[in-house]
Design a protein around this ligand. Structure first.
Ligand code: KG4
Ligand code: ZN
Length: 358
């Protein structure tokens, strides 16, 4: 089954053609990073306008690379949400038009399920991940631990109380005067830095009381949740102190980057190992833009190797950050269940919740 997938939820315009949920016949990603780097972050109106300009050329390139016509594919898939509404509208409307004109079934996806199913692409390991599993999804918009009993069955067992991991990378990069997006540049600076230079806090919500939704302080020994705001504030304090005492040197920036990266990754690994043990899973997956972080990949590989009979998967680098191939991989599972949407009525949803298949 060939699926033409479209992803435009943030600042990447991407179209891919995926066969049977794993084979990538083509994958085109047009990045807008240079446009948004001028502003230090994604500007929603600029992103929407760039998607409008890019979507048809990217669609043509994806079809050419796969040597296919739209009439050759079996269905059209698209990210319905969450994301920037102006960006989502471009992808969803393009998918609706294609599905209507070419009379193809339309599959609507949650962006996070795409990130999860990036682990099925290109047979990075010969066998597909086995259930039950835990997936650590860490991107600019999310930091979740998701338990999956089976395909398309999602239970969020850990989430962030404040910033996402990707946001923390981006904000620390901005504090250090580094470019957007923060993840790649922080990890580059970290290679030249001393990760023991600063002892940033490894905030552990099983130990530390936090404010619950009702506004009361609560301690939860079972919590698998994350909180990165304390870490971010600790970095900001160091940066301000160094700036006041003279200038913030490149070496000091490298040390802060290395110490911050190690701290954040230790928190992610700690909670993932706890979830793996608690849910007695067979597989651990890593996904989302922060999954491109090489230290995180190495640390999780080592941590999961120490657990008996648990396999660890992470996507190839190109499928960690936003891409349409991952949407095609997830769409295949929905197509097998006949979970299609009406092209005449589908609308994007910027706050879409991750729902299991019924
Ligand atoms: O999944 P993604 O492309 O977009 C969202 O769905 O949000 O993730 C983007 C995030 C950004 O915050 C970026 O700084 C982070 O992923 N990122 C990284 C790395 N590459 C991208 N974070 C850490 N290390 C990296 N190498
Ligand atoms: Zn994403």
């Amino acid at each position: 089954m060939k699926i033409l997938a479209i992803e435009t939820s943030c600042d990447d315009t991407s179209v891919a053609i995926i066969k049977d949920g794993r084979d990538v016949l083509s994958s085109i990603i047009s990045s807008q990073i240079d446009l948004h780097a001028l502003y230090g972050g994604v500007v929603p109106e600029v992103a929407a306008r760039a998607h409008i300009q890019n979507i048809l050329p990217v669609l043509d390139q994806a079809l050419d690379a796969a040597k296919l016509k739209i009439s050759d594919v079996d269905s059209i898939a698209v990210t319905r949400g969450p994301g920037l509404i102006g960006s989502l509208i471009v992808g969803v409307n393009t998918a609706r038009v294609l599905a209507t004109i070419y009379n193809k079934p339309l599959i609507a996806l949650h962006h996070t399920e795409g990130h999860i199913y990036a682990n099925w692409l290109e047979k990075t390991k010969p066998l597909a991940p086995k259930f039950p599993l835990i997936c650590l999804t860490v991107s600019g918009g999310h930091s979740n631990l998701i338990y999956m009993m089976d395909n398309l069955s999602y239970q969020i067992v850990g989430e962030t109380h404040d910033d996402s991991a990707g946001e923390a990378f981006d904000k620390v990069a901005r504090m250090l005067g580094l470019s957007y997006p923060g993840g790649p540049i922080i990890s580059k600076c970290a290679q030249a830095g001393d990760e023991a230079a600063f002892g940033f806090p490894r905030v552990d919500l099983t130990q530390k009381p936090f404010r619950n939704e009702a506004g009361y302080m609560e301690k939860s020994p079972e919590s698998l949740d994350f909180s990165f705001s304390g870490l971010k504030t600790a970095v900001l304090k160091e940066v301000r102190a160094l700036e006041l005492s003279g200038s913030l040197s490149d070496n000091q920036k490298n040390d802060i980057a290395a110490s911050f990266q190690l701290c954040l990754n230790e928190i992610l690994v700690r909670n993932t190992v706890r979830a793996t043990k608690r849910y007695k899973v067979k597989t651990v997956l890593l996904s989302g833009g922060v999954a491109a972080n090489s230290q995180l990949r190495t640390m999780l590989t080592e941590a999961i190797e120490n657990l008996v009979d648990v396999k660890f998967y992470y996507p190839k680098l190109a499928f960690c950050t936003d891409n349409a191939a991952m949407i095609g991989a997830a769409a295949y599972q929905r197509a097998l269940l006949g979970d299609f949407s009406d092209p005449l009525t589908l609308i994007p949803d910027s706050g879409l919740k991750l729902l299991s298949a019924s």
